[in-house]
Design a protein around this ligand. Structure first.
Ligand code: ZN
Length: 391
């Protein structure tokens, strides 16, 4: 009888989810040296060694592997390192950061963390766009290659090398989240039947992937806390939100807080993605400000200004007021930010199914996001997309 009760308790516990370590930013970024312990929604009895589950598995090749592409596809059939295994409690936070198996476990945890978020926004599971041919995503934990890529049935992670120091992308949440963003988008829109005529398809893909990285990063409690504490609640200051695909503290590859408008970008896909990313970022900040004003944490006049044209003295006044309010009610700031994040994130996620990958333009993508947003978010999105000259 007692045994029976313990068994059922054990299986109920296993359903609670699984613990992992994740670095919200790569550990060489100052302030992010320690990983967060996170609970992922997948039950312990649904994860095997690797880690692996019914939708994905990690491999760590024993020798150099050629990157996938052109005529090379998964599954990886070469010799593998032994798969990472959970501890006796079946959680994966038994790994020592810095060990080789940690790379595999960290990569898996990042992919699952991002999927948990975007499936929550969609309200249903994401089915891989390649599931007719490959039922599961293969995650290659380490390839000796200065890149990371997601494609038909795979996500593989190389490493960057700066000043002779090799930094595996398996430890880089931004990079992994970006690649998962590509997979989420294609799984929702479907893949184009040919090479899309318009560069907008690729620009939107890059914009969406960067936004997935940004919004997913904002799901780490520790990251939000650190961000708000350091800026005293003022998101217009330089901060972590601006960083994507960080490879060293000095190198920022793309910026979300950019002021680019469509007339000022080139045809290069990443450059052409910047106004869209900027419009999304500005909309999150606008909603955040609205919430602060509504809760007495900022002066109402803040909403009268175009934040892109805030003069120095206005900015200083706003900074002082928010810093004072933040000292008293930090949790109001945190809730304002998570609400703004989710209002925009959910609209984006829900917009994907309405897009036609063969005809996609940035203007259509923008309108689709506005259509899926609530009133306050839609109004801000529209105004920002207009300013960016996207619609
Ligand atoms: Zn990309």
């Amino acid at each position: 009888m007692r045994l029976l009760r313990d068994d059922s308790l054990e299986s109920a516990n296993a359903r609670l989810g699984t613990r992992f370590w994740i670095y919200p930013q790569p550990p060489f970024i100052p302030g992010y040296e320690q990983p967060d312990r996170v609970w992922l929604s997948i039950p312990r009895d649904e994860i095997g060694a690797g880690p692996s589950d019914v939708t994905m598995y990690v491999v760590d090749p024993a020798y150099d592997k050629q990157p996938y592409g052109f005529d090379r596809f998964p599954p990886f059939e070469g010799e593998r390192r032994p798969p990472a295994r959970p501890g006796p409690d079946r959680h994966f936070d038994n790994m020592v950061p810095g060990s080789r198996p940690f790379l595999a476990v960290h990569a898996y945890a990042c992919v699952r963390f991002v999927l948990d978020i975007w499936q929550s926004y969609l309200g249903r599971p994401i089915r891989w766009f390649f599931d007719q041919r490959f039922p599961r995503l293969e995650i290659v934990a380490f390839v000796d290659w200065d890149n990371a890529q997601a494609g038909y049935g795979f996500l593989e992670l190389g490493c960057s090398e700066v000043d002779g120091i090799r930094r595996p992308y398996a430890l880089n949440f931004d990079t992994i989240a970006h690649e998962v963003g590509h997979l989420v988008m294609l799984s929702e829109t479907g893949i184009p039947s040919g090479i899309p005529r318009d560069d907008d398809f690729f620009s939107f893909s890059e914009a969406f992937a960067d936004i997935v990285s940004l919004i997913s990063f904002l799901h780490f409690d520790s990251a939000i806390d650190r961000l708000l504490r350091r800026t005293r609640g003022n998101l217009l200051l330089y901060n972590e939100l601006n960083r994507f695909a960080e490879t060293s503290p000095e190198t920022q590859i793309r910026l979300a807080t950019n002021f680019r408008q469509m007339h000022a970008v080139t045809r290069e896909v990443h450059d052409r993605a910047l106004p869209f990313i900027g419009a999304i970022f500005d909309s999150i900040v606008d909603l955040y400000h609205r919430d602060l004003v509504a809760n007495g944490c900022a002066d109402g006049s803040l909403l009268d200004f175009d934040i892109r044209e805030l003069a120095r003295d206005e900015f200083d006044r706003f900074r002082q007021a928010t810093a004072d309010a933040f000292g008293i009610k930090p949790l109001t700031f945190k809730r304002a930010l998570t609400d703004a994040r989710d209002a925009i994130g959910q609209a984006l996620a829900l917009s994907l199914r309405t897009l036609d990958p063969n005809m996609l333009t940035l203007a259509q993508a923008a309108s689709a996001v506005i259509d899926k947003a609530g009133d306050a978010a839609a109004e801000r999105l529209e105004s920002n997309f207009v300013w960016r000259e996207i619609i």
